[in-house]
Ligand binder design. Structure first.
Ligand code: ADP
Length: 168
């Protein structure tokens, strides 16, 4: 009975006392980042702003993740970061993305085993559209392997799935 009823041996079925809201909340917390993350779209920090704009169009994404030469997380670039760079009369092929990106350690990230709800909460709290999914490989030097990407679209898809799922 979708959590409204519980069962105990020799007692039988009884009302669990949980409201529909509590049950929905419990269910939402079972959705994990690793089951929803999409492939990260990554550019190297020495790529030009021009190439980053091309990648954004070709890959049809709104946020690019930037990696250092060891492929670890280095920064993140949004559409507006690129627009800002394009507003000055500069040669976009000559500016590296490292100049316009938001860089470590100021990147908000999530991990594969985090609840998807937590990723959504962080995006709202920090007013950003995407989080890199990472795995810390070196705490001292803040090195993070880039595993995936959670965006507001990911959350919208999960929300639609919840609406279609009769077992919630
Ligand atoms: P846009 O700027 O296109 O509206 P965002 O709201 O995602 O897109 O980005 C706002 C600012 O926050 C940008 O300067 C961007 O570099 C930065 N940003 C985006 N994602 C993150 C993140 N996960 N962690 C830290 N900063 C971020």
């Amino acid at each position: 009975m979708a959590g409204f009823l519980d069962a105990r041996p020799r007692v039988g079925y009884f009302y669990s006392g949980k409201t529909a809201n509590q049950l929905l909340k419990e269910h939402i917390y079972t959705l994990l980042v690793k089951d929803y993350q999409s492939r990260p779209v990554v550019v190297q920090e020495n790529s030009s702003v021009y190439d980053a704009i091309c990648t954004m169009f070709l890959e049809d994404v709104g946020t690019l993740i930037v990696s250092d030469k060891h492929s670890y997380l280095s920064g993140i670039i949004s559409r507006k970061d690129l627009l800002k760079a394009a507003m000055g009369n500069q040669d976009l092929q000559a500016i590296p993305v490292s100049v316009v990106m938001t860089r470590m350690p100021n990147i908000v990230t999530c991990e594969a085993d985090d609840p998807l709800y937590q990723a959504a909460y962080m995006m709202i709290r920090h007013q950003i559209d995407a989080l890199p999914v990472v795995r810390q490989v070196d705490q001292e030097n803040m090195r993070y392997e880039i595993l995936g990407r959670i965006t507001k679209t990911t959350i919208t898809k999960a929300f639609v799935e919840l609406g279609e799922n009769n077992s919630v």
